[in-house]
Write a protein that binds this ligand. Structure first.
Ligand code: R5P
Length: 286
């Protein structure tokens, strides 16, 4: 097996190759002056099962994924597994208003043209995977988050809404503490209203978990609510730190004692690695 790292996921791909005990090849990806993607696999030994690790966010990374699939195929890849740590467009998984595209389906149909199987991590809606005709599997990052926070003094795990309550339960299970969820009402793309949890949070070291932090509006509102309840400290962890615009600055300059995300999107706070979970899934097959 050979692991090819796309430009979005270099560190994770390297770690994955090390865990799988196989060769790592870094795609030499650059941009033409007009912004178009140029990539090259500078290794002619692709006559093997190849794993490409590359996000489909932002848009330029989708194009790189298509080009990498073609490049490894031309170099003789026997099979191509696409590991997509952060699957973009999963949130538009149906037509909300007439005239819209079914973006998640469009992406799935194009992504699988040259690949044999797909692995995603905490894809926003798992039902998106039904659009792949090749085998497609999603894995949860909850174990990685739970293992990271075990023995770090967390008293309880909260999700900012009922949609992420299962995630809070899983993470809490790995840490061995209780869990609960807040209630969220979305007011606009950036603003949400959060109401308290049932559980008494006063004096507690609380961990909030979510799948995605985009604008940071959800987490900031949750933190404000928890500060009003006099919690002792607030740690925040998510799988995908999208951090749109200045979200990271807004979050780290606010009410939060510690902020971490997984390395599905590589950034300055992506210190929780999901590579061991990806390696385990690949070794098991699907
Ligand atoms: C919503 O369903 C998701 O789980 C996240 O809570 C949401 O995407 C976070 O977005 P933002 O950071 O913009 O509030």
């Amino acid at each position: 097996m050979i692991v090819v790292g796309g430009s979005s996921s270099r560190d994770m791909a390297k770690e994955l190759a090390r865990l799988l005990g196989c060769k790592y090849v870094q795609a030499a990806t650059t941009r033409f002056p007009d912004g178009e993607c140029y990539t090259r696999i500078e290794d002619d030994g692709m006559d093997d099962d190849v794993v490409i690790v590359q996000n489909t966010y932002p848009d330029e990374n989708v194009v790189e994924m298509f080009l990498l699939q073609d490049a490894v195929k031309r170099l003789g890849a026997k099979t191509i597994t696409c590991v997509i740590p952060y699957y973009g467009y999963a949130r538009q998984d149906r037509i909300f208003k007439p005239g819209e595209p079914e973006s998640a389906k469009v992406m799935a149909q194009r992504l699988e043209m040259l690949c044999d199987r797909v692995l995603t991590v905490d894809i926003h809606k798992e039902n998106v995977l039904r659009w792949f005709e090749c085998p497609a599997k999603n894995i949860s990052a909850s174990k990685a988050i739970g293992d990271y926070f075990r023995d770090r003094g967390i008293d309880m795990v909260l999700s900012p809404d009922i949609g992420a309550a299962g995630r809070a339960e899983e993470v809490a299970g790995y840490i061995g503490v209780p869990h609960d969820h807040l209630e969220k009402v979305r007011l606009s793309g950036t603003d949400v209203r959060i109401t308290p949890a049932n559980m008494d949070c006063a004096g507690k070291h609380v961990l909030i978990v979510d799948d995605i932090i985009a604008t940071g509006g959800t987490i900031l509102a949750a933190c404000e609510q928890l500060r009003n309840q006099n919690v002792a400290s607030i740690s925040v962890a998510c799988t995908h730190g999208v951090f749109a615009k200045n979200a990271l600055e807004r979050l780290t300059g606010g009410n939060i004692d510690s902020l971490l995300c997984c390395n599905t999107l590589e950034n300055e706070v992506s210190n929780i690695s999901v590579a061991p979970l990806v390696a385990e899934a690949i070794e098991k097959g699907w």
